[in-house]
Each structure stands twice: as C-alpha cells, then as structure tokens.
Design a binder for this molecule. Structure first.
Ligand SMILES: [Zn+2]
Length: 253
C-alpha cells in the first residue's frame, strides 16, 4: 500500500465517528480522492488547518483499493484563497467549482490541467467584473478535459465549416447536440439557441489560451454565452447544479 504525496484542492468534508472526517480532495496527480483523516476533529489534530474547504493542501494519501476509502495521513496548508472567505459571490463561485469537480470527475482519474485551471479560477474570483467569464473559462476547461467540449467551429451534425453562416451574423447552437449547427442541419433539431457572431467569438476565446476573452463582446454576449455553457453543463449532469441558484442570487448581474 504505497503512500502518495500530492497537491490537492479540498472540495468536501463530512464528520464521521467522534474524531474523524472524510474529505474529498481533487488532487493534481491522482484526480478526485475520498479519504478519511483520522483524528482530524480533535482539538490537537495532526492536520491542524491543512484540510480547510476550498484550500490547497499538500497531502499524503494511502490508497486502500477501490472498495474502501483512502487514508489521509498528513496534510499541510499550501494556499488559502482569502476572497472566498470574505466575499459571498466569490465563495459561491468557489463552491460551484468544487461541485463541478466533485460531480463530473471520476475517482482516481487524474486531470492535472483541470487542477491548474481550478487553482487559477479560485485565485481570481474576487474580481466581480470578470467572475462569470472566469467561471465559464473553467467550465469549458472541464468540458475539454472530459472530452465533452461543444463544437464551436464546425457543424456538430455534419462537420461543415460555418463560414457562410458567420457572414450572416447569427449562428445556430444545438443545446442538446452540444455545438454549432449549419443552416442545413439546424432544421428539425430540438433546443436550438441562436447566437450572435460576437457571442460565438466570446465562447471560442473563453475556451482558448490568451487574454481576448476579457475584452470580447458586451454584457448581452456574456449572458448569451452563459446560457449556452450552463445548458451544456445541466445536460451533462442531468440537473441544474445546486450552486446555480446561489450564484445567480449573489451576483450583481
Ligand atoms: Zn451541418
């Protein structure tokens, strides 16, 4: 039973027995793990505050096989995101990132790039103006990592290039197909949203490296992009994420 030391983001914690807690940690090297931290509820715990919710810790974990919980034997705090403790919309946004990681990744399925994307997102949530765009960037990074990225360039149905459609200013997006549709394919498809070319550019830039995503489009493009990404996520989860309600009530937009 080898011990593994790795960086992880604490996404969930629950009390068990008198002195222990079970934590779900999204680690960089091992993916999502669920482990028991024995004695972590004691006053003088060996973990101190190394396992705070939504913080990055350096943990040592013993993998006990697929049927049982892993064992967390050490944890040391590496980074805490202060905005998530003082700013309510940022905290909801952080919890939303945790919900997606918890519900959409598999146990012991590593995605180091997704871990890095989560850390960058959590570090920057205090900027209200860019908060929704940062969340969408994270959602798209997640979809990409899981191989479920919506098609934003070629028609999701026939693979045609959308050059002609782009020149007309409006593009059809099949919400249940998960991608843009050309004019031939849009008819007869259920759940089709119509996007402006700017909204599509915004979505593309949010999904790619670079900094254009900060500048493209206005508030309407941002809301339209949010609707598209949200419905892809809801479709994937089979329900609305629990944190959606809080995110919307806590946001200024
Ligand atoms: Zn087509």
């Amino acid at each position: 039973m080898p011990a593994h030391r790795c960086m992880g983001l604490v996404i969930r914690g629950a009390d068990v027995f008198n002195t222990s807690r079970v934590f779900t940690v999204f680690t960089r090297d091992l993916g999502r793990v669920e482990g028991i931290a024995k004695g972590s509820r004691r006053l003088k715990s060996p973990f101190e505050n190394g396992l705070d919710l939504l913080s990055i810790c350096d943990i040592v974990i013993l993998h006990k096989g697929n049927e049982t919980l892993d064992l967390i034997t050490e944890a040391c705090l590496v980074e805490r995101f202060e905005a998530l403790r003082t700013d309510l919309p940022a905290m909801y946004a952080g919890c939303y990132v945790a919900e997606l990681l918890n519900d959409l990744t598999h146990l012991h399925d590593p995605h180091p790039r997704l871990f890095d994307a989560a850390v960058i997102t959590l570090r920057n949530l205090s900027d209200q103006k860019l908060m929704w765009r940062r969340l969408m960037r994270f959602e798209l990074a997640l979809l990409k990592e899981l191989g479920l990225m919506p098609s934003l360039e070629l028609c999701v149905h026939c693979g045609n290039d959308l050059q002609r459609e782009s020149s007309q200013g409006r593009i059809a997006f099949g919400l249940s197909m998960g991608g843009v549709l050309c004019m031939q394919c849009r008819h007869g498809q259920p759940h089709v949203a119509t996007l402006s070319v700017t909204t599509l550019w915004l979505l593309r830039s949010l999904a790619n490296p670079g900094r254009e995503w900060r500048e493209i489009g206005d508030y309407r493009d941002e809301s339209a992009a949010r609707e598209v990404v949200s419905s892809v996520i809801c479709h994937l989860m089979g329900r609305r994420p629990r944190l959606h309600r809080y995110l919307l009530s806590g946001s200024v937009g």
